[in-house]
Design a protein around this ligand. Structure first.
Ligand code: UN1
Length: 480
């Protein structure tokens, strides 16, 4: 078994926090303790915010080249070490080794992208309505950002929040998710190794109290959060109370429509990836498969056949297709929803049982449930596991109405060879991201990311729109 890491907070460029009462466990084999960690307090958050505030003037006034170079160096270091960091990620989170290495490479590319964006902040010159008056708008750093990140992308999401915050001259306090502190720490350590000045990026490890202390701290100017809808609503209220800016990315109940004219093999491959890869633990996962009559039975049979061939196992075993759930809680949530779907009249086509492995881990069998109605709980509430249900429809219009009939709106997909339906779906799907003949999950790293309705709140993340949240615009008037 690999070594247990002894983690610390990062405050003002130093590792602090001697007591380590908490543990992160390997979900593939719970005898393996990945890391022992401190359990942060509001006092730790306060120290981190003070450090971030103290570091802000020099960092925000530094040449963008300084910020760009550090992000670029960190990107190169992370890319060189993607196998090692990816292995840690898979050991701690449970996605397969290929997925863990892929996510680490993606985090490296995000750092590289924002190394470039640091140099591309631009404003505008505008005419005034008053003769002789000139107007410019330009973007300035905001101050200190609190970043509260989830366990399901334990390095990519910390990178996609921290990189734009830092690139545009802000300083940061980050709280990594409880189950995955070691992976987030690897990113923070690499950024320091790349030359980040002390206090610019701080990390406090801990439970919900740490997140709350960040949201409530008067020295935090903005909060970016990815996680569940319930916690997100509280973050928004806490931030609004003291007029801090806030950005939330929350759940999804993403539909994938399969029309009669779809290429069957492609539809099956898209559903397999979107619904089940990364153990279904993506907010962009397609959990509702809305399938037209004429292809329904062939699609269900072919997808079930593929699912039966997937190997559920230890994330670090190269043969594994589906790693475990991240925690016992997440595993039980999947099985609870399978039960609820059965009670409501759904039919398990494949899965539903518990895989028997030779080691203690939080494994879930990929499960496909057919004959469900759009109004059932399995089709309204987020499961966040390798579980998908099918809904039979007779027309595109019926499919669209069901696709839009949930409180979430993150990502939505359609598989069709009809240009007319594809274009119509792009316009009318009530989701922040629309996919035609592509999985709902697995997005590019350099374009805007976010949803509608209860999935998101506040400005978009990533790509060229990240500057909207991580800078503030100044409008300057002059007369001479
Ligand atoms: C992806 O599908 O590539 O937490 C990214 C999540 C999302 C990221 C999904 N914020 O699952």
């Amino acid at each position: 078994m690999a070594d247990t890491l002894e983690l610390s907070h990062w405050i003002n460029g130093e590792k602090v926090g001697g007591d380590r009462p908490a543990e992160s466990l390997n979900p593939s084999d719970t005898r393996d303790v990945v890391a022992r960690t401190p359990d942060g307090t509001p006092a730790d958050v306060d120290a981190a915010v003070q450090a971030a505030r103290a570091a802000f003037p020099a960092w925000s006034e530094a040449s963008p080249e300084v910020r760009s170079d550090i992000l670029d160096r960190a990107s190169n270091l992370l890319m060189e070490r993607r196998e090692q960091v990816g292995r840690l990620l898979s050991r701690e989170e449970g996605k397969t080794l290929a997925e863990g290495i892929g996510e680490t490479a993606r985090a490296a590319r995000i750092l590289k992208y924002f190394a470039g964006e640091a140099l591309r902040l631009h404003g505008q010159n505008l005419m005034s309505v008053r003769p002789g008056v000139e107007i410019q708008t330009y973007r300035q750093p905001v101050g200190v950002f609190g970043l509260i990140t989830p366990w399901n992308f334990p390095i990519a999401i910390p990178a996609w929040k921290a990189a734009p915050a830092l690139a545009f001259g802000n300083t940061v306090v980050i709280k990594p998710a409880g189950p995955t502190p070691a992976t987030a720490e690897a990113l923070v350590a690499i950024l320091h190794e790349a030359g980040l000045p002390r206090g610019v990026l701080n990390m406090v490890i801990g439970r919900g109290g740490v997140g709350q202390a960040i949201v409530d701290h008067p020295g935090v100017d903005g909060v970016s959060f990815t996680g569940s809808q319930g916690v997100g609503a509280g973050v928004a209220m806490g931030a609004a109370k003291r007029q801090a800016r806030v950005q939330l990315e929350m759940g999804g109940k993403n539909p994938l429509i399969v029309l009669d004219d779809a290429d069957l093999d492609r539809a099956v491959a898209i559903a397999l990836d979107g619904s089940f890869f990364a153990t279904g633990q993506r907010c962009t996962a397609s959990s509702r498969l809305i399938v037209q009559d004429g292809i329904h039975d062939r699609f269900v049979a072919a997808l079930a056949e593929k699912l039966r061939g997937l190997k559920v196992g230890d994330a670090l075993d190269p043969e594994t297709n589906i790693g475990p759930a991240v925690s016992e809680d997440q595993r039980e949530t999947s099985y609870r929803y399978i039960q609820v779907a059965l009670e409501d009249g759904g039919r398990v086509i494949t899965g539903g049982d518990r895989p028997q492995l030779d080691k203690p881990g939080w494994y879930v069998r990929p499960t496909l449930i057919a004959d469900t109605a759009a109004s059932m709980r399995i089709n309204q509430e987020e499961v966040f596991g390798p579980v998908a249900s099918t809904i039979r429809v007779s027309s595109y219009e019926e499919a669209l109405e069901i696709a839009n009939g949930v409180e979430f709106g993150l990502s939505a997909g359609i598989v069709t060879s009809s240009l007319k339906h594809a274009r119509d779906f792009q316009r009318r799907a009530r989701a922040g991201m629309v996919m035609v003949n592509l999985p709902t999950a697995g997005v590019d790293y350099h374009v805007p990311f976010g949803g509608t309705k209860k999935s998101s709140y506040g400005p978009r993340e990533q790509g060229f729109l990240a500057a909207d949240f991580f800078t503030q615009t100044k409008t300057a008037y002059s007369w001479s």
